[in-house]
Design a protein around this ligand. Structure first.
Ligand SMILES: [Zn+2]
Length: 298
């Protein structure tokens, strides 16, 4: 009887607290915890909030005062694994963090720009998709779930996306990178259905991205021209809603070598962008009412 009661208690407990990371996601969260343990003065694991399953979406904050958010520092943001079948993007986030922490540990750089910055890196946004190796989350494409100037309804179906949108309001982020695979390019807004893909920052974006692409030989351009338009993406949202300089990374194949070559390119991007969000992020062209099929598979 005692055994049966014990089993019942275990089942009830497991259901009530069924929110701890499991599967491959647990390995990534353990990796974040290990980075915090090895760099306690620079790194802190925290949750940006929960998804539809009640699972915490964990991030690592890297700064010279990581225990709490400091809005006086320059905010930088990286999110990976909107699509659960792109594990190269997860690897990229973790390798970027390791490289970033190494750079912080250099005496010379501590006195430079890094000391003024605060980084937030979310390696896995689509937790259930990542654990299953599937692109979507609960049947929806998370990277079509954001509002935008040409998609003002039908967004925010996923709690993970609503959670991230709330988090992006908690401080200013000068720069943003969203990691995907696998094409081998860097793109910038706009990427939705419009009669003009150029933002008011087109020249500035082009100047920055040319230098970023020189580092690893990827191609670059604005997303609508370089890939294929899609409404409701993070990379357009973060620029349109917050002015954050926005880079969509499409890794070439997500191999360790590809990721290792791309980490310094993204570090260069964060060096080149302005220290404040753009103030020219308003959309002034026309939305295309007729939309083609959503052909993006990356
Ligand atoms: Zn993707």
């Amino acid at each position: 009887m005692k055994k049966v009661l014990g089993l019942c208690f275990f089942v009830v407990t497991a259901l009530s607290f069924g929110t701890e990371p499991t599967g491959k996601y647990k390995t990534i969260v353990d990796g974040l915890m290990a980075l915090e343990s090895s760099h306690p003065a620079l790194a802190k694991v925290f949750s940006i909030g929960t998804n539809d399953e009640g699972t915490e979406i964990y991030a690592l904050r890297v700064s010279t005062s990581p225990e709490k958010m400091d809005p006086a520092k320059i905010g930088q943001f990286i999110v990976a694994t909107h699509h659960g079948n792109e594990p190269g993007s997860t690897l990229f986030a973790m390798e970027f963090l390791k490289d970033l922490l190494n750079r912080y540990q250099s005496d010379e750089l501590w006195r430079g720009n890094l000391g003024q910055m605060e980084w937030t890196v979310v390696p896995v946004l689509n937790v259930s998709g990542y654990n299953k190796g599937s692109r979507n989350e609960r049947g929806y494409d998370p990277n079509r779930d954001y509002p935008g100037p040409c998609s003002d309804k039908g967004y925010g179906k996923l709690k993970s996306i609503r959670t991230l949108m709330e988090f992006l309001k908690t401080r200013s982020f000068a720069g943003s990178v969203t990691a995907h695979g696998y094409i081998g390019n860097f793109t910038y807004p706009w990427g939705f259905y419009t009669d003009n893909n150029d933002t008011l920052d087109e020249n500035r974006y082009r100047e920055i991205f040319r230098k970023v692409a020189e580092v690893n030989g990827y191609s670059y351009g604005n997303a609508g021209d370089a890939i294929y338009p899609a409404n409701g993406t993070f990379e357009d949202y973060v620029y349109w809603a917050h002015g954050s300089w926005s880079l969509l990374l499409e890794l070439r194949n997500g191999s360790a070598k590809d990721v290792a070559g791309t980490v310094p390119a993204i570090a260069k991007y964060f060096d080149l962008i302005d220290s404040t969000p753009s103030s020219k992020n308003q959309f002034e062209a026309n939305c295309n009412r007729v939309q083609g099929p959503d052909l993006r598979r990356e």
